[in-house]
Design a binder for this molecule. Structure first.
Ligand SMILES: O=C(CO)[C@@H](O)[C@H](O)[C@H](O)[C@H](O)COP(=O)(O)O
Ligand SMILES: [Zn+2]
Length: 197
């Protein structure tokens, strides 16, 4: 195996996926920024969930909203639903893993809050249940998916936002999700600073 060639191919593929996505995703990312800023200005909060690499993405987003992204600003209300092992194991053990996020959405979600639901396949059962719970509790959903959106793409409402990466490979989708998350953080800061000025 020529490792150097393989590594260069990863960089090339990742860059190409991001370029392809920029045309398609700029509008839904802008819509998501407006939805999240509207929620935060109304004293709402952002909930985020996903599995594996997407759990890390949910935590990355929450960290940059609660702490900071690039600019200094006041703290923003955000929580990743992936971090409390007692909650995750209790719900998983008692109700099944597919309920680990949905029960937290029901416990913490208020009408007007935003659920950021991240799944590269669009088919993770626990993310699907979280979206069902969000709809029941009148939260708006920002879904980050790939591979055509899967079942999640089919279940979103008109008021939800779908950021669907035009790629099939999980790694490429995750890399583009992280870029989209940084665009969300940058756009939220930009709009909030405009409001604050
Ligand atoms: O990071 C990776 C693969 O790059 C894995 O941990 C991956 O996130 C896990 O297999 C997830 O369970 C996949 O779930 P999803 O993105 O299809 O919802
Ligand atoms: Zn970051």
């Amino acid at each position: 195996m020529n490792l150097i060639a393989r590594i260069k191919q990863h960089f090339q593929d990742s860059a190409q996926t991001k370029l392809d996505a920029s045309e398609l995703l700029a509008a839904p990312i802008a819509q998501a920024i407006e939805a999240m800023v509207g929620c935060l200005l109304n004293n709402g909060k952002i909930l985020a969930c996903g599995n594996g690499g997407s759990a890390a993405d949910a935590q990355h987003l929450a960290a940059e909203l609660v702490g900071r992204f690039e600019a200094e600003r006041h703290e923003l209300a955000a929580i990743a639903l992936t971090t409390d092992t007692s909650i995750m194991t209790a719900i998983g053990n008692d109700y099944g893993f597919k309920m680990v996020f949905a029960k937290q959405v029901r416990a913490l979600g208020q009408p007007g809050d935003v659920l950021v639901a991240i799944s590269t396949s669009g088919n993770s059962p626990n993310v699907i249940e979280a979206i069902n719970a969000a709809h029941e509790n009148e939260l708006r959903v920002v879904a980050l998916t790939g591979k055509g959106g899967g079942a999640i793409g089919e279940m979103l409402c008109d008021s939800d936002v779908h950021i669907c990466v035009p790629a099939e490979r999980t790694a490429r989708i995750q890399e583009t999700h992280l870029l989209a998350i940084h665009c969300l953080c940058d756009g939220i800061d930009g709009l909030l600073m405009g409001v604050e000025e």
